[in-house]
Write a protein that binds this ligand. Structure first.
Ligand code: PRP
Ligand code: HPA
Length: 178
């Protein structure tokens, strides 16, 4: 486990001042390019979910980088994958929640029939920063009367206190930056 964690941590690359001055961007491209590191990340997520959540219905991924990890993890765990998308991408009846970004507003959507009331969902994204995106996803699940059993991310930027914003929903992250 320790070896796998080091492999994951070692494949996250830093870019100072991207996308704007003062921001240190954590880039997962090297992790995705390295099949050993990529599968180590999925192994760690799988082990955590198996140990913590014996029974749940879906993995739901956040547009767009949650789509890189969610479907692979869902396949490993033998459950289906649900899309949580940015506004205007999903056909049919949808629910939407708007949230605040550094600059302006954005909206997340889910199809109204994606999850039935009472079903249990694990949310996944690549990274938690302010938590605004993940919180909006939690609110979407509440609109569907689904239960968020956990929010999963590979990377947590702890100094932005996103875990506080998504309370009371539990968060699990693989790699934390202070
Ligand atoms: C990034 C990241 C998370 C979100 C985290 O996505 O992938 O989804 O920001 O930020 P927050 O915790 O402050 O809300 P982005 O909005 O850049 O979209 P993308 O996945 O389409 O690149
Ligand atoms: N890296 C990648 N995505 C992000 C970051 C970051 O540091 N902050 C917000 N979204």
């Amino acid at each position: 486990q320790e070896r796998k964690w080091a492999l994951v941590r070692g494949r996250i690359r830093d870019f100072p001042d991207f996308p704007s001055p003062g921001v240190l961007f954590r880039d997962i491209a090297p992790l995705l390019k390295d099949p050993l590191a990529f599968s180590a990340a999925i192994d760690l997520l799988e082990a955590h979910v198996r140990a913590s959540h014996p029974k749940f219905d879906y993995i739901a991924g956040l547009d767009s980088r949650g789509f890189l990890f969610g479907p692979v993890l869902a396949q490993r765990l033998g459950v289906g994958f649900v899309l949580i998308r940015k506004k205007g991408k999903l056909p049919g009846l949808t629910e939407s929640v708007s949230y605040t970004l550094e600059y302006g507003q954005a909206e997340l959507e889910v199809q109204s029939d994606a999850v039935r009331p009472g079903q249990k969902v694990i949310l996944i994204d690549d990274l938690l920063a302010t938590g605004g995106t993940m919180r909006a996803a939690c609110q979407l699940m509440r609109k569907l009367e689904a239960e968020v059993v956990e929010c999963l991310v590979l990377i947590e930027l702890k100094f932005l206190k996103g875990a506080d914003l998504i309370k009371p929903f539990p968060l699990h992250s693989l790699v934390q930056y202070e």
